[in-house]
Design a protein around this ligand. Structure first.
Ligand code: TEU
Length: 572
């Protein structure tokens, strides 16, 4: 058996550059700011850093609209700053991965500026152009597809008298992957440029959307109230996806050794389909982020206000699915509960009630740190940052998808106070803004994030929840995470690589599971996801065994779990 890849055992920390750490007082995080915190991350027990887009960009979608893959957004720093970051990360024995955003570029990328000029320029078919459809003598988009961020997925360009496709914002035209010259340019500019600089891999944005149904048929009308329809069927996991991912592996990645490739895999439910991407034998991706956990309670649906409280069994199901990917296969999986597109895990999956906040944060740390796969922690998760306050007005929400949703609701339901109130309620629960409030470093002005005016409002609770308050406090969520990450490594066969078995699935209050290593070690993890005391379930196979407490999030010695209590037992 060969030694497991470094990217399997490593714990990865995601940095969202705008909101992480500002070093020059312009109110926006930056690369020198990141460098100044590397010892902090090392101390937490981080092995890999994933940096969200810091490339040059007009920031229509916070950097997921890239205008130059080979340069840095000036307020974040320079290429030289990135070189320092790469060096300093490596000097501490850590690794760095970047975001690879190649489904689309910015409309200000030189490729697109050229492409839109005419129908016969060099890059005329580097993007997806189609003729208008003429209905009753009027110009209409080529089909009825809805953009993921709302509105039509097509935008008209007079110079060409054609529309281009944008699955996301208008400012994010989709690249034409069918064109081999385009693909090679992408590989060269977005991938190899950075691998040559010494980065260790990529998180691949929307890794399954590049191959579309090139007939561009109309999508079925599911919601007649909407002017444009969800068309995922025609662009998710399209016919040439696997061919192209194999091409990237074969033609590009192979040259750079054991790079880490984690793909973001939206809208993919089937286990077999996921395995096509992550089975080692397929030679495509190392692992993916499955979306089931993020979609709990109807999150991610177009009508955000139709959100409901998911049941604990739904969450168990989502986790069983990702944990099950490694069973009987040669695939690898991920453990993730937060990122820059989601509400905070403590608010979504546990409770942010101040009475239970610390315990809930530690409960989630127990859950995540005992699961199999590469573990991802999002900035602020390690101190239990929570969703934005319910009192914030809509003007505090900065994200383009939040704003589009709000505008759409106002157009569709003008003056409907009740619905608009619900829409704001839904934003507070699901908006991407929840993950984008500035990192809470200390109790000083602006949470120590910036000495200037922060680009986005700092959460009101920063005097209570911040790094400085927690770092040296034995009882803090931070210290608990640190301890959990150490245990995860000490018992890596069990926690990082073990087999996961859920117990008493139907229980709606407690989440109980066994982890078992190939050498036969066993751990029992018991987690109370409720405000009330709960019994501890001990499966028959462990009834007569000697169970020793490894760690818990409470001093409770009792035979029952107190509210939001979690424990890990080891079989002696
Ligand atoms: O997200 C892809 C994606 O599917 C999102 O639409 C996701 O479903 C949504 O944000 C949930 O609220 C990636 C990036 O993570 C996101 O930040 C970008 O905006 C998007 O791609 C476009 O690049």
């Amino acid at each position: 058996i060969s030694k497991p890849a470094w990217w399997k055992d490593g714990t990865c920390y995601q940095i969202w550059p705008a909101s992480y750490k500002d070093s020059n007082g312009d109110g926006l995080g930056d690369i020198p700011g990141i460098v100044s915190t590397l010892d902090y991350l090392k101390d937490l027990g981080i092995d890999i850093i994933w940096l969200s887009p810091m490339f040059d960009s007009p920031q229509a979608d916070m950097g997921y609209d890239i205008s130059n893959y080979e340069d840095v957004y000036p307020p974040y720093g320079t290429l030289a700053d990135m070189e320092v970051l790469i060096r300093e990360v490596h000097a501490r024995g850590m690794r760095l991965i970047l975001d690879l955003v190649v489904n689309h570029t910015s409309n200000e990328h030189a490729w697109f500026k050229e492409s839109k000029k005419s129908k016969d320029n060099d890059k005329a078919d580097w993007y997806i152009w189609r003729a208008p459809r003429i209905v009753d003598g009027k110009r209409q988009p080529p089909n009825n597809w809805r953009s993921i961020f709302g509105g039509s997925a097509w935008e008209y360009v007079p110079e060409r008298d054609e529309y281009y496709l944008h699955l996301f914002c208008v400012e994010q035209p989709d690249l034409n992957w069918e064109n081999q010259t385009t693909r090679l340019a992408i590989y060269d500019s977005a991938i190899e440029f950075w691998l040559k600089k010494g980065i260790d891999g990529f998180r691949v944005d929307t890794v399954n959307l590049y191959s579309k149904d090139t007939e561009y048929p109309d999508a079925e009308v599911v919601d007649a109230a909407l002017p444009y329809q969800q068309a995922t069927k025609y662009y998710v996991n399209g016919p040439r996806m696997h061919e192209w991912l194999k091409e990237i592996r074969r033609e590009v990645l192979e040259k750079y050794g054991d790079v880490m490739i984690v793909g973001e895999l939206p809208d993919t439910k089937s286990r077999d389909e996921i395995l096509r991407y992550v089975s080692a034998q397929e030679q495509e991706l190392g692992m993916v982020f499955d979306f089931d956990i993020f979609m709990l309670g109807g999150c991610g649906s177009i009508q955000k206000h139709e959100l409901y409280q998911h049941a604990l069994t739904d969450m168990k199901k989502a986790i069983m699915k990702t944990q099950g990917l490694v069973i009987g296969t040669d695939a690898w999986t991920t453990v993730v509960a937060e990122n820059h597109d989601q509400g905070r895990s403590i608010s979504r999956f546990a409770t942010d009630d101040p009475k239970y906040h610390d315990k809930a944060g530690k409960l989630l740390a127990i859950l995540l740190a005992t699961l199999t796969g590469t573990l991802f922690i999002y900035q602020g998760q390690e101190i239990g940052m929570v969703n934005v306050p319910t009192s914030w007005g809509v003007e505090e929400y900065q994200d383009v998808s939040s704003q589009n949703y709000w505008n759409e609701m106002n157009v569709m339901y003008p003056g409907n106070e009740k619905l608009l109130k619900k829409a704001l309620w839904a934003l507070q629960k699901t908006a991407r803004d929840n993950a984008r409030t500035p990192m809470q470093w200390d109790g000083s002005a602006n949470a120590g994030f910036t000495e200037g005016k922060p680009w986005m409002r700092v959460h009101d609770n920063y005097p209570e929840i911040n790094v400085a308050a927690q770092r040296h406090d034995r009882d803090s969520i931070f210290t608990f995470w640190k301890h959990m990450l150490e245990l995860r490594k000490t018992h890596s066969e069990l926690f990082i690589h073990g087999i996961f078995k859920v117990c008493e699935f139907e229980n709606l209050k407690t989440f109980t599971f066994i982890k078992e290593s190939t050498s036969g070690d066993q751990a029992l993890v018991v987690l109370n996801f409720s405000d009330e005391e709960q019994d501890i379930y001990i499966p028959a196979s462990l009834k007569d065994e000697n169970l020793e407490l490894l760690i818990g999030n409470s001093d409770n010695q009792g035979k029952r779990l107190s509210a939001w209590e979690g424990r890990v037992y080891m079989r002696k």
